[in-house]
Design a protein around this ligand. Structure first.
Ligand SMILES: Nc1ncnc2c1ncn2[C@@H]1O[C@H](COP(=O)(O)OP(=O)(O)OP(=O)(O)O)[C@@H](O)[C@H]1O
Length: 267
């Protein structure tokens, strides 16, 4: 008997296509190294959880996958990250286009100070994804349905997104991220500001989203990692210590540091 439930049938990995590949990735903030020689292959149509003690580099590596670290002056990255075989740090890649393809949801729901409709329409508008109002309406509805929010907001699309509850705001942010039809969705502790009911709604949503694309989630909750992910990566002091099937990481970790973390001895 284990303390983590990894036995749900949907936790079986049924897709083996590599979506994201990182080779010899190193990241520095000024003189301080935050990621040390990281290699990993992240699968398509799979939820991958990043776990590990605070400050071990989970968010740093997550932000490498859509080049959000480009916005931090002191951050410097070496090595290679490819998505579908294409190096995302190539000079020809436009980071804004990349971020439409690799969406991100943050810890704290951060809707724009705009209407619910305009929050979702924002990305499609700047990327020219709709030719007319009818097409935009369709994208907004599809995205809100996809983030399990449509029924709650369909009669008040012109009201401010900031007027929704915390859990609704986070689902609005997920709708905003999926509106540009991304191929990868990065989630940095997406439930840490939510109550248990909103958390379970977002977790159900994650399971649906991974039918369409690759989801990578940073979480401090090992129960959550066990519930939502099929693959888990354990980080410690800037190293990716162990990566494998979630069931294996939680039931028979190979590295003593992983074992110590999941059993609550380091954290
Ligand atoms: N903008 C930044 N400037 C300088 N150092 C940073 C910056 N962001 C992160 N760091 C440092 O890089 C290291 C890794 O941080 P990171 O946020 O990636 O860890 P984490 O595992 O996501 O932590 P947490 O679980 O607490 O969010 C830490 O030592 C942190 O202090």
């Amino acid at each position: 008997m284990t303390m983590y439930d990894t036995t749900r049938p949907e936790n079986a990995v049924d897709q083996q296509t590599i979506k994201i590949q990182a080779r010899n990735v190193q990241v520095w903030y000024g003189q301080k190294q935050a990621i040390k020689d990281l290699n990993v292959e992240i699968l398509d149509k799979t939820v991958t959880a990043f776990i590990g003690p605070s400050g071990c580099g989970k968010s740093t590596f997550l932000r490498c996958i859509n080049r959000m670290n480009d916005t931090i002056d002191t951050a410097r990255i070496e090595g290679e990250i490819t998505i579908d075989g294409e190096n995302i740090y190539d000079r020809r890649i436009d980071p804004v286009q990349l971020r439409a393809k690799v969406g991100m949801v943050f810890q704290k729901p951060n809707p724009f100070p705009k209407s619910i409709y305009d929050n979702v329409a924002y990305g499609p508008r700047i990327h020219g994804l709709a030719r007319n109002k009818a097409e935009m309406d369709e994208i907004v509805e599809r995205s809100l349905r996809g983030s399990a929010l449509w029924n709650e907001v369909k009669d008040r699309l012109s009201e401010p997104g900031t007027g929704l509850s915390g859990g609704q705001q986070q689902r609005l942010c997920i709708a905003r991220a999926v509106a540009t039809s991304p191929e990868v969705l990065l989630m940095d502790e997406p439930c840490s500001a939510l109550d248990p009911i909103a958390t379970s709604q977002v977790e159900e949503l994650i399971e649906q989203l991974r039918q369409q694309f690759s989801v990578v989630i940073v979480t401090h909750s090992m129960q959550q990692a066990a519930r939502v992910s099929q693959k888990t990566a354990f980080f410690h002091l800037g190293n990716l210590v162990e990566y494998g099937d979630t069931d294996d990481i939680f039931t028979k970790p190979r590295d003593s540091r992983t074992e110590a973390y999941i059993s609550g001895r380091i954290g």
